[in-house]
Each structure stands twice: as C-alpha cells, then as structure tokens.
Design a protein around this ligand. Structure first.
Ligand SMILES: [Zn+2]
Length: 552
C-alpha cells in the first residue's frame, strides 16, 4: 500500500476538512470502509466513481468494486453517489454528503459537486488499528466564489511533468477549480521554435495535462503576454525589430503590425492545444516603455498613452473573442490610465492584482500611477498624480476612519463599470525570501482581498505564485490552502486554528507548530544571490547553474 500521508486516528471531523464545509451536522458512530463495500453511481458519474475507487486503493489499499445503479435499491453498506435537483440553487459545485453507520450517500446536481463531495469524504477518512472509517455526519456544502484559482508560473521554475501533475491533483483536493498557466518559453511553439526552452512541455504532455485537469474539474486559463514582459521573445536578435525601445527587450511596439501578428500566431498554437478553455489571459501589465519609439510618440501625442494602450489591447481582445474565448488582462495599465477604461472591450475580464494591501494594516494601500505597483500612505498621498487621484480617491476614502484606506478599491471601481473582475492576491512574490514565502503578509492580503471580492460580486480569485524567487512549491501550500479555504467560504478564519488544521491535513502532524514557525523563520532569511539580468543570451530565464557560473 502506498501511504499518502499519515492519518491521525480519532481526529478527522468536518472541522479538519480544507476548505471548511458550509453546514455540518454531526451524527452518532462511524461507518467502516472495507472491501465488501461497493461504489454505486448514477447517471454520468462513472469517472467520479472510478476516481474514488482509485484514491481508496492508492491511499488505503481498499479494492472497492464500482457499479452503475440499476433501478433496485442500492442496499446498505455501500457508497452511493447520485445526481439530485434539490441543490441546484447552490450552484453546480454543491453537494450533500451523508455518512451513517449503514453507508454513505453523496448527492449533487452536477458531477463537479459529486467530485467535491468525494474530496471531502477522502479528507474525513481515518485509519488506525487496522480499521478504516469515517464519522457519521451530514454535510451540505457549496462554494461562495465561482472561480477559485492558482497561478502556475513556468518561467523561472520548471517542475518535472510528474510533479506538475501532482500539483494539479493537490489543488483539486482543496477544491481549486482554475489554474492560470503561464507558459512563457515552456510551450512547444512550432511556428517559432527559436523561443522554445529545452525544458518546454511536449504537445503530448499538454494533452495529458488537459485530460487530467478535466478529470479533476480544473479549468486551465493559458496566459500569453501581448505587450510587455515578452523578454523571452525579444531577447532573441531575430525578434529585436519588434522592441519598443531598441536596447530594452521587455516590450513590443504596439504600432508595429508584426507585434500583433506574432501574438496571434502564438495564441493560435496555444488555443489549438487548449481548445476547450473559457478564458485566455493576455497579460497586458507593466507596459512601462509605452509611447517611446518615434511612431508611438507621435500617436501618444494624439490619443495619449492610455489611448495607445487600449487601442492595441482591444484588437488583441477582439481576436480572442473571435476564437470564442473571453480575454483576461491585468488591471494596472488601466488603473494608470483610467480615462480609457470605458473604451475597453466590455467582455474583457479584469484581473486586479494587489499583493500588499491587507486589512490588519489599513494605513497603506497598493496603487498604480506612474510605474508599477507602489505603496502609498496618507503622508505621501499628495504625490499621486491628479489624473489617478481624482478617479480613485472616492474608492480609497474610508468615511468612518479618516486615517485608514478602504482596501482593494480597484475591484469596486471595475465592478461599478460593470466589468467582470477576478481578484489576484499572491502566495509568492518578488519581495519574498528565496527560502519561503512571507506568510505574515501573504495570509492577511489573501484573506482580506477575497473578502472584498466576495462582497462586491467578483467572479473569483486567482492566487498568483511568481516563480521569480524560485521558492520550492512545497513551501507554498500553506498559502494555497488558505486561499482555497477563503475562496470557498470568505468568512474570517482563525489563523492559528487554520494552521493547526493544515498541519494535520498536509503533514499528518498533530501538534508541531514548529513546522509553521520554521516557515516563518525561513521567510525572514534574505536570499544572498542576486543576478544581473534574469534572462540569458538564449532568452531563457537564468537557471541556478547559469547564475552560479556568473558569480563563480
Ligand atoms: Zn512603438
């Protein structure tokens, strides 16, 4: 038997499930799982039944047969999963899980709800003294946020394919239903092989990843930068003529028709391998060199830098919409140029990124004005340009407490203009130590951002995970589980209680707060290595080997 993680007998109740189920009624006794139990499934649930059977075999060595329900009473002692209409108002991911001493009944309006009921069931199982059992209870559960996502950034940290698949499986355990997949040079472009990293996924691997994501009820949102942050392309001399500024390889010239043509060619290849996606992220952030080449300078004099941006981005958005997908873009360039927001293609989805604002420190917020994100306080508010301040100050102003800010005002601003918004806090970002993310600021940032996103009707949340720091994925899960917990139910969670629950679920550790303390200590260590430029002459992000060569 392959042990997955150590189980603590007697400790698994609905209170130990991540994310915490919405409604729980505890019953009397336990249900014993043994090989005489069968998994009986209703209409369109064979994949979910097979999934449960496989997981029980992998984790507990159980070999439960699966059978389709065929008219007769399913009988006692079994796990029965069926579609129901009774929860339809709670959404397609809702479910009811009933466990009593005679069996397990799982009902949901859609297969996704059955899948999440299975994930809850798996977290409730206890094994000890040769017995495998679950407590009797009834759970009625549904998510608050429709879209619950995590960003996988392949640019600087390429996991093995096996590991990448294991990340998806673990995300599904926490009922994460979206992955924002930033390929950068790890996509096997056929039309532009020069930009493909030797570590890129193969076409077959991407198809396998899609199939796994489908089984796990995870939707992939591919990300392809359309304007700025195309260093991995423009650092190659073959593409240098597309640069906005000759000696800066970060950004396309938006008025060079070849920039758009290249984006469309690359996007078409990605869409060919991701035919079923609903969203396509076009990046669009931190286009700091906008309006610098002679042609763009002249155009910016005519319609402003904001006009230059939105004309180009609209063309990109229309291309994505014509492929039957919804474009998603980072919000910061619109925040810097609010006068053009009403000109943006309305079906675009705004991804509002803010990695620093947090409700336990409401005296500062992250804003976008002249450059990328900057932190402002009441003291330096006067440094913000009039153009930005006049639009956003009503959103920042906290009427009840004048010394504080209202946080995450951009989400409310874009919602007021009737855009769909996705909140993007962070579990790993540039300012972190190279050893562990700084959860002291990530956790409050994630929690308070999700609270605002839920209150103002955002589509959901995607926790960004920038691989620039190359912090190992294993150090990220506390932040990811915390994101999953709040995306499912944004009500405030007691952090210490959550950390204890996470230790038990993730490490099988009961009272080892030292693990969390070690994470916090590691997050305070400053990484000693820094690097001259993150891209090497082949256009690929510097690996550790290349960095060491540079410094030795
Ligand atoms: Zn230009």
């Amino acid at each position: 038997m392959k042990t997955y993680r150590q189980m603590i007998p007697g400790e698994h109740t609905a209170g130990s499930v991540i994310p915490q189920p919405k409604e729980v009624q505890n019953g009397e006794g336990v249900f014993h799982l043994q090989n005489s139990c069968a998994i009986l499934f209703g209409q369109e649930l064979s994949e979910e039944a097979e999934f449960l059977s496989r997981r029980l075999a992998d984790r507990f060595g159980l070999k439960l047969p699966i059978r389709e329900i065929s008219g007769h009473s399913p009988g006692q002692g079994n796990i029965v999963m069926e579609r129901t209409k009774s929860l339809e108002d709670c959404g397609y991911e809702s479910y009811i899980l009933q466990v009593d001493i005679d069996g397990i009944q799982l009902e949901a309006p859609q297969p996704a709800g059955i899948f999440y009921g299975i994930q809850t069931l798996l977290q409730l199982i206890q094994a000890g003294d040769g017995q495998i059992f679950l407590p009797a209870l009834e759970i009625t559960d549904w998510p608050t946020l429709k879209l619950r996502g995590v960003h996988i950034d392949l640019k600087a940290q390429m996991p093995t394919f096996q590991y990448l698949k294991s990340i998806l499986r673990r995300l599904a355990e926490y009922k994460i239903n979206t992955v924002l997949l930033e390929y950068e040079d790890k996509f096997p472009y056929q039309s532009h092989p020069k930009i493909v990293s030797p570590l890129a996924l193969s076409r077959e691997q991407i198809k396998e990843l899609n199939e796994l994501a489908r089984l796990l009820h995870i939707e992939i949102i591919p990300l392809l930068q359309s304007l700025g942050h195309v260093e991995y392309i423009l650092s190659h001399s073959e593409y240098a003529h597309l640069r906005e500024v000759p000696n800066d390889f970060s950004q396309y010239c938006p008025l060079n028709p070849e920039s758009q043509r290249l984006f469309k060619e690359l996007a078409a290849e990605i869409l060919e391998l991701h035919p079923d996606v609903q969203f396509f992220h076009i990046g669009g952030d931190e286009a700091d060199s906008l309006g610098q080449c002679p042609r763009c300078q002249a155009k910016a004099r005519e319609i402003g830098k904001g006009g230059l941006y939105v004309e180009y981005i609209n063309e990109i958005c229309r291309f994505i919409l014509n492929q039957g997908k919804r474009p998603v873009l980072w919000h910061d360039m619109l925040a810097r140029n609010p006068e053009v927001v009403d000109h943006l293609v309305h079906d675009a989805v705004i991804m509002d990124w803010d990695y620093y604002s947090r409700d336990d420190e409401p005296f500062k917020i992250q804003i976008y004005d002249k450059g990328g994100g900057q932190i402002i306080t009441k003291e330096n508010l006067s440094e913000v340009s009039e153009k930005v301040r006049s639009v956003f100050e009503p959103y920042w102003k906290c009427e009840d407490y004048p010394d504080r800010f209202n946080l995450f005002g951009y989400t409310r601003f874009f919602k007021d203009r009737d855009f769909d918004v996705i909140a993007a806090p962070s579990v790993r970002v540039d300012g972190d130590s190279g050893y562990s993310p700084t959860f002291e600021f990530h956790l409050p940032n994630i929690r308070s951002f999700i609270e605002v996103a839920a209150r103002y009707g955002a589509l959901g949340v995607v926790a960004t995970s920038w691989a620039v720091r190359r912090t190992p994925w294993e150090t990220l899960w506390l932040g990811i589980a915390w994101t999953a917990e709040h995306a499912w139910s944004p009500e405030r969670t007691d952090r210490q209680g959550f950390e204890r629950k996470f230790l038990q679920q993730f490490y099988g550790a009961e009272d080892q707060t030292g693990i969390i303390e070690a994470k916090y200590l590691l997050s305070k260590l400053v990484a000693t290595a820094s690097y001259r430029t993150p891209y090497n002459e082949q256009g690929h992000y510097w690996g550790l080997g290349a960095m060491l060569q540079e410094f030795c």
